[in-house]
Ligand binder design. Structure first.
Ligand code: ATP
Ligand code: MG
Length: 743
């Protein structure tokens, strides 16, 4: 065994090593708590497989996020070398399934070049198809992410019409027969393409198994029919049930692979004792846990968990900034770099105020998130790239016309509607119809400027296609394409002033930031897919050819889009990470701040459509979410909650906070609140002479002040209090004492 391999295996504990080295012919399940080295063990297992002579190209490692996949590749590359790491298939379910469909496209009745619709496009296509097939009567209730093969390769509503009929039939049949999604996919398996794949994988390892959906599980079961499967997971960290994740997968595994071996890991290597114990105290309140785990640690106790009350989100932000500056200053005894700090929140929107504060303070940060791909400008650039690929869909062409035609909205709509009309009437694709129209064969009643601008769009598309074929680097192509988007469109989309989505806000408020984001993503993409370091890019780009890279990049983006809640590469050692809890899976930082741990956040009890969803199952999933967040911290954990939101509504701290035992926590009340409270008490004494009898009456007035008692806003608060008291107790009641109050 090479030295590096044995060194790595030596670094594992006995049980981890036993798991890594156990016989490949026996299915293996590693169930263990957070930070117990599951992922580390999985890396060890892959190394062992390589060592046993299994070729890297026959090993399939599946993880749940792009970030996790690239991290695993890097960790393996460190030990086994880049060449081996490059050969391995380390993939997410999404990209693996996509590759599978591409390589068997013909069996699915598609060409391998099919493109993937994003969520919005899917929804629109389905609505359109249902409208077409049911004479406009019904409307799908939800945005539908179809797992089946029907969502792929659809290039126009006409095309979708047949597919959708089949799809509707598929769903109706499944419903009528009471079949589970797993069984439905068995039906899909009749095409037999999976059977062929079985033989190519001599070993399959799956991380974060608890987040596998029934559909994904059935795919695994078929691929792993030779039993060469290892699953790694923690049911307490299952937080993707809205994506179909289903922890009963562990039970299915036990049933389907009866000769499996189970190894439990129970030492947490990541976090200090206080953190491990606090997290355990929270999660033990869940009733539905299929694997009871005793997580323990040999790490030192560390410091207690800080539970911090803040009067509002600005105060919360100020507190965090303060702590970060303290931790990174030379004076700090637990000095820590920015890259070892993360701020976790339930909803992306809670991170906004931090972005502003960090920019003001010049604290570098990176935001995990993909909101940028929802920006129309970015979609337009991607659509322009897609037009260079065979099989580009109508939706992308339509988007390109919308972006490139320099008209007011109404006029633009008129041109596009006309292209649609001709496309429907003649059963042409959108772009062929556009070709007919702008070559003036069927110009209809379009005006001259409209025709000449349409022609310009076609010329632009031709230019882009030439660019790609001229062997330019993918970054150069993207840069040129971005420069072709007219300023008018940028203004219309407010991209020049309001580009959302993390990194963009770091930069100047213009198109450059959009571009920078995309170029960063190209780097991420190259390193994720081809394990390419910065210096080697040109070689790979030359080898693969620009067109192929664009094809792969477009797929990668379709994955980033569907990953919505999952991780962006966690690579920046010199900046603070801002991320949702969902995106923080599997990652770790020295200092973690979990912010806005309030009722209505964690647990978030309302769906976005306003329906309440409070029941035991949903509460338990919310508790798991907090559990995942708490267990990301190595040495220091801050949990913050606010008293009022930005609309001055009072908020309650999360019910889960009570579950952290007193001996593990250190509470920090909001000092300003207390100060103000006592000052306010003084005011009432001053104004009334004796506070006792009037206190109940004064109580509501306090609420008014509490809504906004930041010292800078005392004037306002005082005015508001005066108004309130005077309205309730009559003019002159306060005799001006509130406004005379000394600050
Ligand atoms: P999660 O459930 O959050 O995904 P995990 O079980 O996958 O966690 P890892 O990420 O593999 O845990 O490991 C957590 C931390 O513990 C890492 O920093 C890792 O390097 C360290 N670690 C794992 N095993 C050992 C060990 N045997 N000795 C020392 N450190 C270890
Ligand atoms: Mg892990």
């Amino acid at each position: 065994m090479p030295d590096e391999y044995s060194k790595y295996l030596q670094s594992l504990n006995d049980r981890q090593r036993e798991a890594a080295c156990s016989d490949i012919a026996t299915p293996l399940m590693i169930a263990a708590g957070p930070g117990s080295g599951k992922t580390s063990t999985m890396v060890g297992r892959v190394l062992m497989l390589l060592n046993e002579g299994i070729s890297a190209s026959n090993i399939l490692a599946m993880t749940f996020t792009i970030a996790a996949a690239s991290e695993m590749r890097e960790r393996i590359a460190k030990v086994a070398g880049k060449a081996a790491a490059k050969e391995l298939t380390i993939s997410t379910f999404h990209s693996f399934s996509l590759q599978l469909c591409r390589s068997h496209a013909e069996k699915l009745g598609r060409t391998p070049e099919f493109l993937i619709y994003g969520h919005g496009q899917q929804r629109r296509a389905i609505i359109e198809a249902v409208r077409l097939s049911e004479n406009g009567k019904s409307r799908p209730k939800h945005s539908v992410g179809i797992d089946g093969e029907e969502s792929n390769g659809i290039t126009s509503p006409h095309h979708f019409k047949d597919a959708s009929k089949k799809w509707l039939k598929f769903v109706t049949q499944a419903k009528a027969s009471g079949k589970t999604p797993a069984e439905c996919s068995k039906m899909g398996n009749e095409i037999g393409m999976l059977k062929e794949s079985q033989d190519s994988w001599k070993a399959i390892v799956i991380d974060e198994f608890q987040d596998t959906s029934a559909m994904q599980y059935s795919l695994l079961r078929i691929l792993a029919s030779h039993n060469h499967i290892t699953i790694v997971g923690d049911d307490d960290q299952s937080i993707f049930s809205f994506n179909g994740a289903d922890i009963s997968g562990f039970d299915s595994f036990r049933k389907d692979f009866p000769n499996y071996k189970e190894i439990r890991l129970n030492k947490n290597y990541r976090s200090t004792r206080y953190i491990v114990e606090a997290a355990s105290s929270v999660i033990k309140n869940n009733k539905k846990r299929c694997q009871l785990k005793n997580v323990d640690t040999d790490n030192s106790s560390g410091s207690k968990i800080v539970i911090k009350e803040c009067h509002n989100e600005d105060a919360q932000c100020a507190f965090v900034v303060d702590k970060i500056l303290e931790a990174t200053s030379n004076r700090s005894d637990v000095r820590c770099s920015l890259g070892n700090i993360a701020i976790l929140y339930r909803r992306q929107v809670s991170g906004k105020v931090f972005q502003t504060a960090f920019r003001e303070r010049k604290i570098p940060f990176n935001v995990h998130g993909v909101a940028v791909y929802r920006k129309k400008v970015v979609r337009a650039i991607i659509a322009m790239l897609k037009t260079t690929l065979p099989g580009c869909d109508d939706g992308s062409y339509r988007r390109v016309f919308k972006a490139l035609l320099p008209f007011e909205k109404e006029e633009k709509k008129k041109v596009i509607d006309y292209i649609d009309k001709i496309s429907t009437a003649r059963k042409f694709s959108f772009i062929s119809a556009a070709g007919e129209i702008f070559s003036a064969k069927v110009s209809g009643n379009l005006k001259r400027p409209q025709l000449s601008q349409g022609r310009k769009v076609l010329l632009t598309l031709e230019m882009i296609s030439k660019l790609v074929h001229r062997e330019q680097s993918i970054s150069a192509v993207i840069t040129s394409v971005a420069n072709m988007v007219p300023q008018k469109y940028l203004l219309e989309q407010r991209a020049v002033v309001d580009v959302d989505g993390g990194k963009l806000l770091n930069e100047d408020n213009d198109m450059r930031s959009v571009l920078q984001f995309l170029l960063d993503d190209v780097s991420d993409f190259l390193s994720t897919h081809f394990a390419v370091a910065e210096g080697e890019r040109e070689v790979v780009e030359g080898e693969k050819g620009c067109l192929n890279l664009i094809k792969a990049f477009v797929d990668y983006i379709s994955e980033r889009e569907t990953e919505n809640f999952r991780s962006r590469r966690h690579d920046n050692e010199t900046s603070v990470t801002l991320t949702t809890i969902h995106q923080s899976k599997g990652l770790e930082w020295d200092i973690v701040f979990i912010i806005k741990v309030n009722e209505c956040e964690i647990p978030l009890l309302h769906e976005f459509n306003g329906t309440a969803k409070e029941n035991r199952t949903s509460i338990e999933e919310e508790r798991r979410l907090l559990y995942v967040a708490m267990t990301r911290a190595r040495t220091k954990l801050f949990i913050l909650y606010v008293l009022t939101d930005s609309n001055w509504q009072m908020l309650q701290p999360s019910r889960f906070l009570k579950e952290i035992p007193n001996n593990l926590r250190e509470e920090q009340a909001d000092i300003e609140t207390q100060d103000l409270q006592s000052k306010h008490d003084d005011i009432s004494k001053e104004t009334t002479g004796s506070s006792a009898d009037l206190r109940p009456n004064i109580q509501p007035a306090k609420d008014v002040v509490q809504n906004d008692y930041h010292p800078n806003k005392l004037d306002e608060a005082a005015a508001e209090l005066t108004e309130f008291v005077e309205a309730n107790y009559g003019n002159g009641f306060l005799k001006g004492s509130v406004s005379n109050y000394e600050r």
